[in-house]
Design a protein around this ligand. Structure first.
Ligand code: SAH
Ligand code: SF4
Ligand code: F3S
Length: 432
């Protein structure tokens, strides 16, 4: 270990996979003389871990680089860019941002040891992933640990950039994952979230075809008081085995995140999603019939190219029909390399898109309140995660945020809580 530490700051944009990657990047750099900086002001090395899912997220990365470029005029600063925009843009970034020293792709994290001490400006972006190695992981949360199990995507939805930025699906070996889970538990974490762009595709590319359900059962059987979550599920890859596993386990939380994207069959087809509204409904029904108090959340896109107002309204009615508890929403954004961005169809007008998104967000609010109100009067187990001004905050097994009061509560406790009140985004209760 070096005697003098330099400080590295990572700004993480995008999804949980990026958050997990940043924890691994900090871990790798800790072997080479870098410790995490509390803020960008005290850093010797600033990295932006980027997201390319929408133009807005890509632009956020560039404005961060702009800020650091100005700082670099005043003092020495190493600037890096990684993540999905780096994978997509590669060398262009070195040309466009003369103050950037290092560009590395989503598949190059484990190449960092060879990259960080180079004098020249470098772009390391490959399609072939660099093999994972055993380095530290510096986790950002105290109680909740991300555990990536599968990376990449084979689905090629017509709007989505992910297959181009994360490449094809690659599952980590079950034993590697189980060992990581054991380490996480040894370190005192209370919640493990298994991550993947399509978590329910897990194992299809491995020799023995282990399933997500198998992996969940293995982790469920580890000793200790903890919760297990998994995200994101592709609707038609949810198997009976998975539903039964969640139903029969004590530690796996009753939550399914199953993006539907649109309520219209024609739009789903144009999106290249491999299910229709009826099939989505059947999957949701099967889950609800078998798992009590389950939360089902989704993602929807407003204003997909050629989406009519009637088709958009079918998305709204899907919320009611399937009693969705919550959804992420986004206005369609054309992305590089994706088929939808090249179509010669009628794109939805920007203002109309904005209006649809606002309507969609109102619907999400309505559904979230409706879902939360169901729990008033019930007693739910809350994992206490933080405290502010004597008020505790935590989450239920089905991922509802709860503000709770009571005697002898500690962060990290599982507390049975009587729910007194519901609002749109959270519940209020007292320790029982
Ligand atoms: N693998 C997951 C989604 C990952 S991307 C799945 O298949 O469901 C996260 C979400 O971003 C998507 O569910 C989608 O709703 C949204 N998204 C992806 N590409 C988009 C685009 N071009 N414009 C707007 N939203 C997009
Ligand atoms: Fe994107 Fe579709 Fe893959 Fe999800 S399944 S990451 S939306 S291409
Ligand atoms: Fe964004 Fe890449 Fe995740 S595009 S959503 S950071 S996989």
């Amino acid at each position: 270990m070096p005697d003098v530490f330099k400080k590295v700051y990572i700004e993480t944009l995008g999804c949980q996979m990026n958050k997990s990657d940043s924890e691994r990047i900090l871990g790798i750099l800790s072997h080479f003389g870098y410790e995490p900086a509390k803020s960008e002001d005290e850093a010797d090395f600033c990295i932006v871990n980027t997201c390319s899912i929408r133009k807005l997220s890509e632009d956020k990365a560039y404005s961060k680089l702009g800020v650091w470029g100005k700082i670099k005029k005043e003092k020495p600063l190493k600037i890096g860019i990684c993540g999905c925009v780096a994978q997509q843009e590669g060398n262009n970034l070195l040309k466009r941002f003369p103050y950037v020293d290092l560009v590395f792709g989503t598949q190059n994290i484990y190449e960092l040891p060879e990259l960080i001490n180079k004098e020249e400006r470098i772009c390391a972006v490959r399609e072939k992933p660099v093999k994972e190695q055993n380095f530290n992981i510096i986790r950002s949360k105290a109680l909740n640990a991300w555990l990536p199990i599968i990376e990449g995507c084979n689905n090629f939805c017509s709007y989505c950039v992910v297959p181009y930025t994360r490449e094809r699906e690659r599952s980590r070996e079950p034993q590697v994952i189980i060992n990581e889970a054991k380490n996480i538990l040894k370190e005192g974490f209370k919640e493990i979230t298994l991550l993947g762009q399509n978590v329910d595709s897990y194992g299809k590319d491995l020799d023995f075809k282990p399933t997500l359900a198998y992996l969940l059962r293995e982790i469920d059987s580890l000793e200790g008081d903890f919760r297990i979550r998994f995200t994101t599920s592709y609707p038609t890859d949810i198997t009976d085995e998975l539903i039964e596993t969640v139903q029969n386990s004590k530690k796996i939380c009753e939550c399914f995140h199953i993006p539907m994207q649109s309520g219209s069959d024609r739009v789903l087809k144009a999106m290249n999603r491999r299910y229709d509204r009826k099939t989505y409904g059947e999957i949701v029904k099967k889950i609800r019939d078998n798992i009590k108090n389950v939360t089902i959340t989704s993602d929807f896109i407003a204003g997909f190219p050629s989406e009519t107002r009637e088709e958009f309204e079918m998305t709204l009615s899907a919320f009611d029909e399937f009693e969705l508890d919550y959804s992420n929403t986004a206005a369609y954004s054309p992305r590089p390399n994706t088929p939808a961005a090249k179509w010669v169809v009628k794109y939805v007008d920007e203002n109309e898109k904005k209006e649809r998104l606002a309507i969609l967000n109102e619907k999400v609010k309505e559904m979230s309140l409706r879902s939360n109100e169901k729990y008033v009067g019930q007693t739910l187990e809350v994992l206490v995660e933080s405290v502010k001004d004597g008020k505790f905050e935590g989450r239920t097994r089905n991922n509802k945020v709860v503000h709770l009061t009571g005697e002898n509560i500690q962060i990290g406790d599982f507390v049975d809580t009587k729910i007194k009140k519901a609002s749109t985004w959270c519940l209020f209760g007292d320790k029982k």
